[in-house]
Design a protein around this ligand. Structure first.
Ligand code: FES
Length: 238
């Protein structure tokens, strides 16, 4: 059966390559941006980074790639001030590298989400040591039974994020692409066109959001892992 096509994306170009002239930038009404922060080489000491960058070229910078609805300078300042910050940027951030992203900005929200990933992949392919890919974005939510659920924020249809809020309350997560709806435990509870498009054959029970294999909370923090065989999600929690 045919599925709706994914939205088109623009492949990023990176430093030392010709960039798009300013006159071809997207209209100024958009306010989302991608940005790149150079990190100190001390970040090499982080095992997760090393694991995610096996082909790192030692001559290239270590970088963090992000997206934001703010101006990148403002976002960088917030990282460094510890406000909704990445631990890596706060600890290892040196400065922004506008030559790697300025040409793409500003852009709509969806384009920024795609560009964030594509730019990180492009930089990594060029030998940069990048922090984004391999880090999964998750939703931590208290379900209708009061239990904490940690769910991968990625629609099982085509991978669109199903939650865009930083925080809040909701009774369900509705994917904005084709309307698949998931309850607070990640179960797929509604698929528009289930009869007409999928002829009633799509087994909803098999297409829920991916749940963390282990979740534990301790002192107000929530610990989770997608590895069912990992040690306890927190060392002090059984
Ligand atoms: S990507 Fe199609 S419903 Fe989520």
């Amino acid at each position: 059966m045919s599925k709706p096509a994914s939205p088109k994306s623009t492949k990023p170009r990176i430093a030392n390559e010709k960039v798009t002239p300013a006159s071809t930038k997207r209209p100024q009404k958009h306010h989302h941006h991608v940005y790149v922060v150079e990190l100190s080489r001390d970040v090499w000491g982080e095992p997760k980074f090393r694991k995610n960058n096996p082909d790192y070229d030692i001559r290239k910078p270590c970088v963090y790639v992000g997206m934001t609805g703010l101006n990148p300078d403002e976002r960088f300042d917030k990282h460094m001030a510890g406000i909704k910050s990445s631990r890596y940027v706060r600890k290892y951030g040196l400065h922004l590298m506008p030559q790697l992203y300025e040409v793409y900005n500003p852009m709509p929200y969806e384009a920024a989400r795609e560009m964030e990933v594509e730019l990180a992949i492009a930089l990594r392919c060029k030998g940069f040591f990048t922090s984004y890919v391999g880090e999964d974005k998750v939703i931590a939510v208290r379900d209708q039974n009061g239990d904490v659920q940690v769910l991968l924020n990625s629609c099982r249809h085509r991978g669109n994020p199903v939650c865009r809020a930083e925080e809040g309350n909701t009774k369900a997560f509705v994917c904005t692409y084709h309307g698949w709806t998931f309850d607070l435990q990640g179960n797929l509870v509604n698929v528009p066109g289930h009869k007409e498009v999928y002829h009633g054959e799509l087994k909803r029970s098999e297409w829920g959001l991916i749940r963390a294999a282990q979740v534990a909370s301790y002192g107000g923090f929530v610990f989770a892992t997608f590895d069912p065989d990992a040690d306890s999600a927190h060392p002090d929690v059984e």
